[in-house]
Write a protein that binds this ligand. Structure first.
Ligand code: GLN
Length: 391
């Protein structure tokens, strides 16, 4: 129940499910496979870079849109990695994690009454930020199909109206693990062009992809899309540093001006020493990423096999560090009741995905597990989950 002091536009959203499940996990000493954060440290070379930056006295406000070294490192990284060119001064904004980039994009771009096309299930901050901007979401469902998730083309077409200002895409997608295909992204791009809409593309899991035949593709790289796409990402997922809250927004100068119009009044700037360290991280990203991806792929397969053996119906993720699974062969409970019992009685916390749907029917019989954990943590969780056998 939210307090009557909370403004009307935020009251419907209550407390974030991530905070709620982490609190419940702590209260019951459950292994936390709910909120998505690694239980191991990011690379040592990045930690040492942060310590050096603090010792060097980088202690005052950063330039609002990012310390120059980081903007340059981001530009170089996207050029090397994706062949995309962004000008460090006019097309890159450093934010406090991607969550702030999402808020700044919505608040900077949307007018009251504008509509935003949103795929459902969605990351929980999207509708809240759309509401803070006074705009309205138009939902497009991703349905389970052949072991993965897909949308109906007709639903997507119908979601675009004369009031559509933007379409929000998240690929690789949390919580389904879907990596949008070229065909799907091309359709989204065609509709955005036809309706003169912007695309906001949240790509925080861009490097966490596991299938050669399903690579991460970027909307900004599709024909005609560079200047109408804002690409958002962060350091947190790629380098296992979620608590550093270093994120960024990349886009043409007009879109960047909109993001900065909001960003300057939201946080003004991110933490200065961490931005210096982030610059070093990106300069050496190629050394760190392949090992992490190999480890996560192995852990995805381990946890997926455990869940399958317990009669969950697992949607093997092509990307992200989440597994979505259907538990209807184990229990008729709601997703919320199932996750609470799992946390309290089995000692493993997970996320009930109804938090990612706009009405209560969504996410029924689904559960989301995070596998961005040490192998020993997942093995301990697997032992506890055996309590579900024969349930
Ligand atoms: N992105 C993380 C997840 O999906 C959570 C981030 C948060 O706690 N706000 O688990």
């Amino acid at each position: 129940m939210s307090s009557p002091a909370v403004a009307q536009r935020l009251a419907p959203f209550g407390t974030s499910i991530f905070a709620e499940m982490t609190r419940l996990a702590q209260a019951h000493q459950a292994i936390n496979l709910a909120q998505g954060f690694p239980d191991f440290d990011g690379p040592d070379f990045i930690k040492r870079a942060a310590i050096r930056a603090i010792e060097a006295g980088h202690a005052q406000y950063a330039r609002s849109f990012g310390v120059p070294a980081l903007n340059t490192a981001i530009a170089r990284f996207y050029e090397r990695d994706a062949g995309l060119m962004f000008d460090p001064d006019t097309e890159i904004t450093v934010t406090c994690g991607c969550t702030e980039a999402i808020a700044a994009a919505m608040l900077g771009l949307l007018n009251p009454g504008d509509e935003v096309v949103l795929f459902e299930p969605f990351y929980d901050s999207y509708p809240a930020c759309i509401a803070m901007a006074g705009a309205l979401p138009r939902f497009v469902r991703l349905h389970p199909r052949d072991g993965a998730f897909a949308f109906d083309e007709a639903n997507l077409r119908a979601a675009f109206t004369a009031r559509t200002r933007a379409v929000l895409v998240n690929t690789p997608h949390n919580p389904t693990g879907k990596v949008f295909s070229e065909r799907e992204l091309t359709l989204i791009a065609d509709l955005a062009l036809r309706h003169d809409a912007f695309v906001i593309s949240d790509e925080v899991y861009e490097h966490l992809v596991y299938e050669l035949e399903q690579p991460h593709l970027r909307l900004a790289a599709l024909p005609g899309m560079r200047d109408r796409t804002l690409t958002l990402s962060s350091l947190g997922k790629t380098f296992s540093l979620t608590g550093w809250k270093v994120g960024w927004a990349l886009g043409a100068p007009a879109l960047t001006r909109a993001v900065r119009a909001a960003h300057q009044f939201l946080t003004f700037a991110g933490a200065t020493p961490l931005q210096h360290a982030a610059a070093e991280a990106l300069e050496h990203a190629e050394d760190a990423i392949p090992d992490l991806v190999a480890q996560f792929r192995e852990r995805r397969d381990f946890l997926g096999d455990v869940l399958t053996s317990l009669r969950f119906n697992v949607f093997t993720p092509a990307g992200t560090y989440f597994i979505l699974a259907d538990f209807s062969r184990l229990s008729a409970e709601s997703d919320v009741a199932f996750c609470q019992r799992l946390t309290r009685e089995v000692g493993v916390a997970a996320i009930p995905p109804s938090a990612f749907y706009h009405n209560a029917s969504g996410g029924h019989s689904l559960v989301r597990f995070a596998f961005c954990k040490q192998r020993a943590t997942l093995e301990a969780a697997a032992r506890r989950l055996q309590a579900l056998r024969g349930a």
